[in-house]
Design a protein around this ligand. Structure first.
Ligand code: AMP
Ligand code: MG
Length: 478
């Protein structure tokens, strides 16, 4: 890429760097052994204290819309790209987040705190294990350096990996700076490297818009199906590859509320659970706007954007059928799903526990034993008659496809996770890490790497949040 796209610079070293945690599966993707990552040389490299001989680190420029408003130039204000590795699965970029100031730091200090780095690290890997498109996280290192947020915290660096960190905002940058040549270079780069099948299309730029729109819609369908809320869906946090990118004030739905806002800073609820779907579409409009000088056909761009609704609807419908263990699709299934969400909403049912326990619901059970058999699931509801009515509807639907309890339960357990990254689990691991004990970060990671498995001994990680957790707030401060 031409120099206008980035600034070459070295990470700023941190004092007394130490190893916090590494992901074995992320390491395997780039041919590394997680055990090696704890060694001093790797810790030095992945803290930014030592630059590998052939690396030419850089920070990239981009712009974006934040909370619906044009924010102008942003860019890698604290992320530094070490370089790209060739792997058996294609190129993988390695990026240090929190590695010091760059020309794009604006008012920031170029650092990330241990708290937010652990959250990003664990959640990236948990999302990957859930089968959701995401950037990856290789490891976290910490330092004694103080960093000021609401309180004094310490600096950390998380090494992220993705085939590319290009964002919607990378395109918006050239569009709003009126640089069509750079815009074209970027689009050609993305198509050539990541969407080569589109290069032969009649209008590759239009095809790119359509495909990115489709991928974004599907990614968000995955979020909704697992109750993941990103928290800051600004266009600079939207990956051109349709990957979940930039984990900050995210959250997983616990007591179900479609209007839940996970980011304390998001007072208007722009990025609430329900709003993620239309906001994803809005973001694709921003991308379309940016690509318009290349596409040169507003009507065609509009048509390309329309794939969002169907791509989302089809994916979410497919995921919901799987979550309910339905092997076939019927016209009236939507009514069953709607009634379920309405009941979940009214009863503020824990999202994860509900779907996990649903897989234990028995069809082949005598009437007299039904209530007892339903107990674990039924007990999640205050409105027991309401639950019974819905369960009867669900059972009827299962009978229509002669569903087998054991087989259905097994399949459902492979799509309805038992273990998700609840805020309080992250908080416990963070507080221990802040006191120099990293065992809990590693243990939590190990649990979340197998979200669908029954893990005897780790039952407590599937539990509802304790009372103290109701005071937990996450914000943009990271
Ligand atoms: P985020 O909300 O984390 O996606 O960040 C939005 C923009 O602010 C990006 O350009 C970041 O690089 C920048 N930024 C966030 N925190 C810092 C920081 N501590 N120092 C420098 N830049 C930052
Ligand atoms: Mg960001």
């Amino acid at each position: 890429m031409p120099p206008a796209f980035y600034t070459h610079l070295r990470p700023t070293p941190l004092p007394a760097p130490h190893f916090v945690a590494a992901s074995a599966s992320a390491a395997a993707l780039v041919g590394l052994d997680a055990a090696d990552l704890a060694k001093d040389d790797f810790v030095a490299v992945f803290t930014g204290n030592q630059v590998p001989p052939r690396a030419k680190p850089l920070a990239a420029v981009y712009s974006g819309h934040q909370f619906g408003h044009w924010a102008g130039q942003l860019g890698d204000g604290r992320a530094i790209l070490l370089g790209e590795l060739a792997t058996p699965n294609g190129p993988m970029e390695l990026q240090l987040k929190g590695a010091g100031m760059t020309p794009y730091s604006r008012m920031g200090d170029g650092r990330a705190v241990l708290r937010s780095s652990i959250r990003e690290f664990v959640c990236s890997e948990a999302m990957a294990a859930l089968g959701i498109p995401t950037t990856r996280a290789l490891m976290v290192t910490g330092s004694t350096k103080n960093v000021i947020r609401e309180t004094v915290e310490t600096a950390a660096v998380v090494t992220r990996m993705a085939p590319s960190f290009v964002r919607f905002g990378s395109f918006e940058h050239w569009r709003y700076n009126d640089k069509p040549d750079e815009l074209r270079v970027l689009a050609d780069y993305v198509i050539q490297n990541f969407y080569p099948e589109l290069a032969g299309a009649q209008s590759p730029y239009l095809a790119l818009l359509e495909e990115v729109t489709r991928r974004t819609a599907r990614m968000i369908a995955h979020w909704q199906a697992v109750g993941f809320m990103h928290g800051v869906m600004n266009t600079d946090n939207m990956s051109i590859l349709g990957l979940t990118l930039d984990y900050g004030p995210f959250g997983f739905m616990e007591a179900f509320d479609v209007d839940h806002i996970c980011n304390h800073t998001d007072q208007g609820g722009r990025y609430s659970y329900a709003n993620q779907v239309p906001v994803g579409h809005w973001n694709c409009y921003a991308l379309a706007n940016a690509l318009l000088p290349l596409i040169q056909d507003a009507e065609a761009a509009q048509t390309a954007l329309e794939v969002y609704v169907d791509a989302y609807g089809e994916k979410f419908d497919e995921l919901l059928h799987a979550k309910l263990g339905l092997a076939t699709a019927r016209d009236d299934d939507k009514a069953l799903f709607d009634a379920m969400f309405k009941l979940m909403q009214e009863n503020h049912v824990d999202f994860t526990l509900f779907f996990r326990r649903l897989s234990g619901l028995r069809l082949q059970v005598p009437d007299a034993d039904r209530e007892r058999s339903d107990m674990p699931l039924r007990d999640l509801f205050l409105d027991r008659p309401g639950f019974d009515a819905w369960a009867a509807q669900y059972r009827e639907r299962l009978r229509l496809e002669a569903s087998d309890d054991a087989a259905r339960g097994e399949v459902m357990n492979k799509v309805n996770p038992k273990y998700i990254l609840r805020n309080y689990l992250a908080q416990v691991a963070i507080e221990k890490a802040q006191n120099g004990d990293f065992t809990e970060v590693n243990r939590l990671l190990a649990v979340l790497e197998r979200p669908f498995d029954e893990q005897p001994g780790n039952e407590s990680y599937a539990a509802l949040p304790p009372d103290w957790a109701s005071h937990l707030e996450v914000s943009c401060s990271s």
